[in-house]
Write a new protein. Structure first.
Length: 77
């Protein structure tokens, strides 16, 4: 019937809107994570130059940064 079609359409639009809002929030969180990982990497890189952090610390930080970068690229599509 017309009413059930209308209700189905309204439900689909609401679902799409909620999905969009969730995706926007995930993008924002992922952008924040990327910034934090960049700052962390820069700090660990500096500490490694000063002899405070190890090459392993730097490699782990670089991996975290690359993971954040990859996650961000997924949400920017």
């Amino acid at each position: 019937t017309h009413r059930s079609t209308h209700l189905a359409l309204v439900a689909e639009v609401a679902r799409a809107y909620l999905t969009l809002q969730a995706d926007r929030e995930l993008l924002s969180i992922t952008e924040d994570t990327m910034r934090i990982e960049e700052e962390s990497f820069a700090l660990i890189e500096q500490r490694e130059r000063e002899g405070i952090a190890t090459q392993l610390d730097l490699a782990q930080s670089r991996t975290s940064l690359e993971t954040a970068r990859a996650n961000l690229s997924l949400y920017q599509r």
